[in-house]
Design a protein around this ligand. Sequence first.
Ligand code: HPA
Length: 274
Amino acid sequence: MYAIIGGTGLGQIAGLEKMRREVVRTPYGDPSCALTFGRIDGVEIVFIARHGYGHTIAPHEINYRANIDALHRIGVSAIVAIATVGAIRTSFAPGSLVLPDQIVDYTFGRRATFHEGPENNVVHIDFTEPYDAVMRKRLAAAAARCKVELHDGGTYGCTQGPRLETAAEIRRMERDGCDLVGMTGMPEATLARERSLPYATLAVVANHAAGKASSAGGIALQTLLPVVEDAMTRVRTILAEFLRQAPAEPPAITQRPPARSRLKPTDPAARKRR
Ligand code: HPA
């Protein structure tokens, strides 16, 4: 079963036939909300609203570990994350849909791994390609089949929020190679990889980033939600087509599973010294 993580403007999915809600608890705390099990055009999925159902949880306060662990515990096989973003690349007009293929992480102070603390081994994951290649291909193909424009590729820069960026920060991100800016892509993608869950993001451009094009004089916050809500109709079309074509079992993760680190000290005294 696929999981869909909904972002700003996607606290629920239009046309999701709801079957039941389930509260899942995890050793990392409580997820953003109860999981909603439902069907999109007859295909069963599980849905979670990243910011909670009333959009009450700020990006830096989301318990990403609990969200991903809850989805892993109920046995989902892959995750499609919906994310609202600003466009640094100005050819991405507000309302555009983008399938990012890379990430630069500017966040700080977030619990970004399952593998920490004295009881856990150190684990390093390969994160060269942060999004699952097969999932991305299938999403792009689904969009093409239903003739919804979806830009394939782009680097997502994840900022801490909740404030928006300064124009200088956006210029720096552009120099770093970022095409999109959002606040929730990390550590969500990392944690999905740590749990070996194929993960891809469908990004919805709500605005040009600070200082860019239509946001040269500032970001008109009141325009963001209507733009995103309008784009969600197209997101839903892509999702329905993606799910229709998806085989019963999604692909095994295309990257290697996490390997146990050889850097781990072998004796407890060495651990303490670190
Ligand atoms: N910056 C960061 N996150 C965002 C933006 C933005 O301009 N728009 C929507 N989410």
